[in-house]
Design a protein around this ligand. Structure first.
Ligand SMILES: [Zn+2]
Length: 89
């Protein structure tokens, strides 16, 4: 796993830790970002888990639609994305 993947993985795991916590800490993250509903948080958790799985099995850089590599700058900016820029439009 290269450095970029390691960094993204740490970033995603830290994000997941903040989102998946005992009830009172989830409430804290809602207070910090009140625009986000519980549903939005669940979707974010699912997206992060999916990204971590793709990091594990080596398909993280592959676009889920066309199978081509996703631009690393796009992955850094949007670590949970599953598609390349072209397929996202
Ligand atoms: Zn694509």
């Amino acid at each position: 796993m290269d450095t970029m993947h390691v960094q993204i993985r740490q970033q995603l795991e830290a994000q997941l830790d903040r989102l998946v916590q005992p009830r009172d800490q989830v409430a804290v993250s809602l207070v910090e970002r009140p625009e986000r509903s519980g549903q939005a948080i669940r979707l974010e958790v699912a997206a992060i888990r999916s990204a971590l799985t793709r990091l594990e099995n080596g398909t993280y850089d592959e676009c889920s639609k066309c199978g081509k590599p996703i631009d690393p700058r796009r992955l850094v900016a949007l670590p949970t994305t599953t598609t390349c820029l072209r397929c996202s439009i």
